[in-house]
Design a protein around this ligand. Sequence first.
Ligand code: CA
Length: 131
Amino acid sequence: MERRDRLILVVEDEPGIRRFLAQLLRCEGYRVLSAGDVESALRAVFKDRPDLIVLDRFLPDAEGTEVCRRVRLDAALAPTPIQMLSACAPQDPEEQARLAADDYLSKPFEAEEVLSRVAGLLRDAGVRGPL
Ligand code: CA
């Protein structure tokens, strides 16, 4: 599958970081949607069914983990890879499991690191089967 066919949802409440991530991913050839809170993220997830979600952990209306939880509960959406971003990385495997994301990246992050994690998760998802 070509990158231009891949739709990525960026969920981040800080406008500067949200714009940076969207532009970074668009430059790589992905299609990008963005949301600034959990409520609009969930609307976009159920309406547009993104291939991957880049998710900030702390959002104004709820924790990003609420997006993970709702995605994992939906049979069709459950395999969607989630790359979580957080200023505080999970401390141990238990906390990591509780957060229910596929991968974590601590803020501040490098552009190259985001792109390589996203590409890796999409590759793994492709191995798991069509999304
Ligand atoms: Ca935040």
